[in-house]
Design a protein around this ligand. Sequence first.
Ligand code: KMH
Ligand code: ZN
Length: 308
Amino acid sequence: MPKIIITAAITGAIHVPSLSPYLPITPDQIAEDAIKAGAAGAAVVHVHARDPQTGKPCSDFEVYKEITGKIKAKSNVAICITTGGGLGMAMEERVKPINSLQPELASLNAGSINFAIYPLSDRIKEPRFEWEKPYLDSTEDLVFSNTFRTLKYYAKTMYDVGTKPELEVYDVGMINNIKHLIDLGVLKAPVYLQFVMGILGGIPASANNLVFLVETAQRLLGEKNFVWSVCAAGKAQLPMMAVAMSMGGNTRVGLEDNLYTGPGRLAQSSAEQVSKVVNIANELSIDIATPDEARTILGLKGFDKVGF
Ligand code: KMH
Ligand code: ZN
């Protein structure tokens, strides 16, 4: 069995502060949780920025710089910066941190979907911040737009600074988008696929759907032309990690995707979820990749070549 990469997605742009007091918001909180996730066994951390005062997803370059700098000062984990940004952000805003921070990895969302998180709004009775309910409610009418024109722009921006795209695949047709972009020479194989399952608007999280995604990628892209990982929204998170590991895939957990560690138990950090994956891997006799081993598996440029 190859070693598996665990990614921790620390805060994301889906959950809002009223849903969990443990959702990290400030650069210090986000960096601290990322460092803890690394110590627990994550080789990669996936990072979004939030306004330190309100917790609203933001694209402020200075905030990204502070978060990434603080992580790098204390941990060897590879850093993946989002270009998914916050819901409703324009391409220019989403891509902003990549040019100057030049991370080893950045997310590249591989197609457009209805990205619907409005059902979360009903769980909030007394919001901590005014923006939260309108932010969630607005997704009833939201297309998370990732057209071919913008995909080409994100890819070029990343390759120009040596950043490897992590392709977020929310549904099976997006594998066809990726094939098209490889054929055009816009994306370079081997590509790194992150199957994002269980988002309302995308493919549901189930074992047979994951098999379908992996087999479709094998057929369309060729077995040697991709490395894959999976994350799953909400309570499907941990069961899908067990399925993925058993299939030889890599895993992503973290509070971006799921706020809980079990029924009714809020996770106090992404590191708790990482530890659960490590425990399952141990039981399955699967070894966990260190950050440097993950760099080799994914073909990353190295921590000494980032811009922060
Ligand atoms: N911001 C969400 C709409 C990513 O990081 O690239 C999607 C997202 C994916 O978070
Ligand atoms: Zn993200």
